[in-house]
Design a protein around this ligand. Structure first.
Ligand code: BDP
Length: 704
């Protein structure tokens, strides 16, 4: 028989096709599910060789659930990054063993005598160090507790994911803030208030019998950036969450989160005693109410022994609260704090209150209500304030409560979900906004008293410290709706770990892990991210404008909107456009908000000549012909800013186009589609706003 190559190949065709299909099946879909934990093979051959020399096996001696989790993560990740099986070792029998654990669970780590240093780093801190063990070159990831070792393991993986050297490493790190939480505004019916990425991740109808395996990936992602708690339900809370039926479901979620160092918390409805058990009152001083909360806390801790505590929105936007009974916020908070204290739980009491009878200017209200209560809260209470005094606007000055509460720990609440920043349609990286907030100097103890330092407890010695972020996660395959919205989840976690982080560095870190290490891709993506927030501010609400967004939906600007329900829900109330000018007078001649800030900020904000231009309309009613620093009059400056915002979006779209073929097509297309909408919106919004303002300024647009 003669050999015919053609006939041979024909014969082989079905097998070749099968082989092709199989190989495709092993290629990961780039649908964004893997977030920043992609673990694809290191694509730089020189680095790959060096990583393979430094990493050959994993050695974890401890057997706690957390150590199992970190071992599993390292094995999966290193196998993917190094594109070869990484074995589990029992002794450091070869160079390149990664030894992970704590002195109390690992005799090998104990033998290094690092206990003092590890104790100083605290239970969540860690040390990653090249060291010689039993005559072999190893890398040790050590902590005083397994959770710290898990955080250290993720840090170690990040070094490889971002192509850093593993030679002679010595890294120590620890969180600067104790409570680093995601606040989920998830409702009982699976919807998410201000959620733009699908339904809730918690499937109440399936729980507790079936726990969605996705929750483990949620926990991994959070642990990788140091988040250690999740408030599972909306601050506009349904009391049913506190019933036994739901507590059992929550316990099932808690058991998936626990090995990853994440505690569960709940938003508590202050009227729960009345609503659940038909008590005649929910008055915080009523003995039956006090007993009800005590019993409830006991029940919760029987079901969830490491329950974190309660978040409370009280006497705000129709939520009930202590003021319904003539009691103060402190009396309300202390009621719950007293019930939780024996179990080690905490209360996060929100300062997002703005009852109209307190002050005609909404911005003044929270400060007026809370500062007089400083010192009246129990030890396990934190007051939780949004970053700005209004409501998660694209730019606000920091809320003056930061620095004003000397005895009560102030927990900073940020919003990761882009309620006022383009939902999951616009590409807006929030890192620069958070950096601006944390770097703001409150002057509460002289210069250098930044918000970061206040929140870290470095200005007033807070016993508890915390940062929370309203989550942007949902059931969408890519978790956050927009591929770039994942960066906001990532950056939030890293800022909560260290509020003095650099937004740009974090953008780089995220980009390398999410889009790859190609230098051009990294610089293009980082540049897009770093301009995106200022662009958004410019095409919606430049120069300190605020509250401009449309009713309820909060997507597009609608600066003339008047809400018949409440004056302070109306855009027109904030924008204050009239024939004279634009903006809210909060000077000493106006609402006097400037004096809620410490000197010299109060004087600086009060004087139109020294007020930063980016906050001008927040503090001043600015005449249309006012001369700006650029030499332009205010009307033209405003026009110019809207134009810059739009141009920046065009630039972002062009930059993204340059990456066609350099990043995977699946995510490329998703971003591309969204950028097209963003360009469309930016143009429409700029025109809409300028036309509205022109009806007051009566000044012409410059010829273009
Ligand atoms: C506003 C939201 C609203 C929230 C509220 C809050 O529009 O949905 O319930 O904040 O933070 O920004 O309580």
């Amino acid at each position: 028989m003669t050999f015919s190559p053609v006939a041979f190949l024909k014969h082989l065709k079905p097998f070749l096709a099968l082989g092709f299909l199989l190989s495709c099946a092993t290629v990961q879909a780039e649908d964004g599910y893997r977030l920043w934990l992609r673990y694809d093979k290191v694509d730089d051959p020189v680095l790959l060789t060096s990583y393979r020399q430094n990493v050959s096996a994993i050695l974890v001696e401890g057997t706690s659930e957390t150590e199992k989790v970190l071992q599993e993560e390292l094995k999966k990740a290193l196998g993917g990054l190094l594109d070869r099986e990484v074995s589990l070792a029992k002794t450091p029998g070869e160079n390149g063993t990664i030894v992970v654990g704590t002195p109390s669970t690992s005799p090998l780590i104990a033998s290094l005598d690092w206990s003092k240093e590890l104790e100083a780093l605290g239970p969540e801190g860690y040390l990653i160090c090249s060291s010689s063990l039993q005559g072999h070159q190893t890398i040790v990831i050590a902590s005083a507790s397994p959770i710290g070792a898990l955080y250290g393991s993720f840090h170690f993986l990040r070094l490889i994911q971002t192509h850093q050297s593993l030679e002679n490493i010595h890294i120590t790190d620890q969180p600067r803030v104790k409570l680093r939480l995601l606040d989920h505004w998830d409702n009982l019916d699976g919807t998410i208030e201000r959620g733009y990425a699908g339904k809730s991740l918690w499937k109440w109808n399936e729980l507790p019998g079936h726990v969605d395996p996705r929750l483990k990936d949620y926990a991994r992602a959070n642990a990788s950036i140091g988040i250690n708690g999740a408030v599972l339900n909306n601050v506009n809370s349904n009391p049913l969450f506190l019933t036994k039926e739901y507590l059992l479901k929550i316990a099932a979620i808690a058991s998936v989160f626990r090995p990853h160092g994440i505690k569960v918390y709940l938003s508590a409805n202050f009227a729960a005693p009345k609503k659940i058990d038909k008590l005649p009152t929910s008055d915080p001083l009523d003995p039956k109410v006090i007993q009800w909360w005590k019993d409830k806390a006991d029940e919760i801790y029987r079901i969830i022994p490491d329950f974190g505590g309660f978040l409370v929105k009280a006497n705000s936007e129709n939520q009930s609260g202590p003021q319904d009974y003539g009691r103060t916020h402190a009396q309300g908070a202390n009621l719950l704090a007293g019930a939780l204290a024996p179990h080690g739980g905490i209360v996060m009491w929100r300062s997002f209150v703005y009852n109209q009878d307190v002050d005609p200017d909404r911005i003044n209200r929270a400060y007026k209500e809370f500062v007089p209560l400083d010192g009246k809260f129990d030890k396990n209470v934190l007051v939780q304030s949004k970053n700005g005094a209004l409501d998660f606007q694209p730019r606000e000055p920091f809320a003056p409560l930061f620095g004003a509460m000397k005895k009560t720990p102030l927990l900073a609440e940020l919003q990761i979900t882009q309620e006022y920043l383009g939902h999951s349609t616009h590409l807006v990286y929030l890192g620069p906004m958070w950096e601006e907030f944390f770097k703001s100097d409150t002057f509460s103890k002289g210069p250098g008293s930044t918000v970061a330092k206040v929140v870290e407890g470095g200005i007033f010695p807070y016993s508890l410290t915390g940062i929370s972020g309203v989550a942007n996660t949902g059931s969408d395959r890519n978790w956050c709706g927009h591929p770039f919205a994942q960066a906001n989840w990532y950056a939030f976690g890293r800022f909560a770990w260290n509020p003095e982080s650099s937004a740009k560095d974090l953008a780089g870190e995220w980009t390398r892990q999410t889009w790859g290490n190609d230098p051009r891709t990294v610089s293009t993506v980082v540049s897009m991210m770093m301009t995106s927030r200022e662009a958004f501010v410019n095409y919606t609400c430049p120069l300190g404008l605020n509250g401009v967004f449309e009713k309820d939906l909060h997507y597009a600007p609608d600066p003339g909107m008047v809400d018949p329900r409440r004056e302070d829900w109306s855009a027109a109330y904030y924008v204050r456009a009239d024939e004279k000018g634009l903006g809210f007078d909060r000077t000493r001649k106006g609402s006097k908000n400037v004096d809620q800030y410490y000197p010299p900020l109060n004087d600086r904000f009060n004087n139109i000549a020294t007020c930063p231009e980016e906050l001008l309309l927040w503090f001043h009613h600015v005449p249309w012909d006012y001369k700006m620093k650029s030499g332009l009059n205010f009307w033209l400056e405003l026009y110019h800013h809207y134009g810059i915002g739009f141009e920046k979006v065009i630039n972002m779209r062009d930059q993204w186009n340059e990456l066609r073929g350099k990043v995977d097509d699946e995510r490329y297309q998703q971003v591309d589609q969204k950028l097209k909408l963003q360009v469309h919106d930016a143009k429409e919004w700029k025109t809409l706003c300028l036309k509205y303002f022109q009806t007051f300024s009566h000044m012409p647009f410059p010829t273009e």
